[in-house]
Design a protein around this ligand. Structure first.
Ligand SMILES: NC(=O)c1ccc[n+]([C@@H]2O[C@H](COP(=O)([O-])OP(=O)(O)OC[C@H]3O[C@@H](n4cnc5c(N)ncnc54)[C@H](OP(=O)(O)O)[C@@H]3O)[C@@H](O)[C@H]2O)c1
Length: 244
């Protein structure tokens, strides 16, 4: 008897990944495509990996979010899996952080994600099936100097996910959080060598994460194999934030 891979998906399931134009989101979209999903990827630029339906949508704009869902539903079908990955940083020490820095990060990372989740669950509830994964960060629970706005937004996602898990668990919908540590992408390329060295010294795995490390965790949480996992926070951080 040959064992089947439980993280491979019944053909044709539709997944939408936000922030799929580069970095972690592009890797997740590619991973889900390889697992057998039909995948749409949104971002402001609308770029997406080969084979992924690229849709331009700024998640801070309710009309663009609605239009993106309409396009995905028309071209691929109703969204059964949502990976809310889009996020930004605007780092600044607290005393110098402007209201704009705060509002901008919260508007994208927290409110934008809320908007995507609310829209996606409409159909998931009718279908009595859904997988939602929210992209948080180790900064949500260990904190990070210069990232008061970012850490607050990412901690908010944990509360959001657990509330969604409680509200919709009876409808076959799971909602989980992935909390990456330091992953090599454009977002972390911006950091100084000093900050990078400090992280490396604190990571038990003694390496930075790769985008595929995160994509593998997301693939599992989206799969049928993870049907009894909900409201969980899965760190993908080489041990950086363990114990919290
Ligand atoms: N890299 C890390 O070490 C790390 C660690 C912990 C958590 N994370 C989280 O993982 C996620 C992905 O990070 P990354 O490193 O891959 O970042 P990235 O390379 O900067 O990519 C961010 C993605 O989000 C999209 N995006 C940004 N603002 C958007 C908006 N308003 N509407 C729609 N799309 C938007 C970007 O596309 P456009 O610019 O085209 O819109 C891009 O596709 C983020 O939520 C980040 O906070 C990353």
């Amino acid at each position: 008897m040959t064992a089947t891979d439980p993280t491979t998906i019944p053909a044709g399931r539709v997944a939408l990944v936000t922030g799929a134009s580069r970095g972690i989101g592009a890797e997740i979209a590619t991973e889900l495509l390889a697992a057998g999903y039909r995948v749409a990827g949104t971002s402001r630029s609308g770029r997406a990996p080969d084979g992924v339906l690229g849709v331009s949508a700024d998640i801070t704009d309710p009309e663009q979010v609605e239009a993106a869902f309409a396009r995905v539903e028309e071209e691929l079908g109703g969204v059964e899996v949502l990976v809310a990955n889009a996020g930004i940083t605007r780092d600044m020490l607290l005393m110098r952080m402007s209201d704009d820095d705060w509002d901008g990060v919260l508007a994208t990372n927290l409110t934008g994600t809320f908007r995507m989740v609310r829209r996606a669950t409409r159909r998931m509830m009718r279908a009595r099936f859904g997988r939602i994964v929210l992209m948080s960060s180790v900064s949500a629970y260990v904190g990070s100097p210069g990232q008061v706005n970012y850490s607050a937004s990412k901690a908010g996602l944990i509360g959001m996910a657990r509330s969604v898990a409680r509200e919709l668990g009876g409808r076959g919908i799971t909602c989980n959080v992935v909390a990456p540590g330091f992953i090599s992408t454009d977002m972390t390329d911006e950091l100084s060598d000093e900050v990078k060295d400090d992280y490396l010294a604190r990571i038990p795995a003694k390496r930075f994460g790769e985008t595929r490390d995160v994509a593998h965790a997301v693939r599992f949480l989206c799969s049928d194999a993870a049907g009894y996992v909900t409201g969980a926070v899965l760190p993908v951080d080489g041990g950086l934030g363990m114990g919290r």
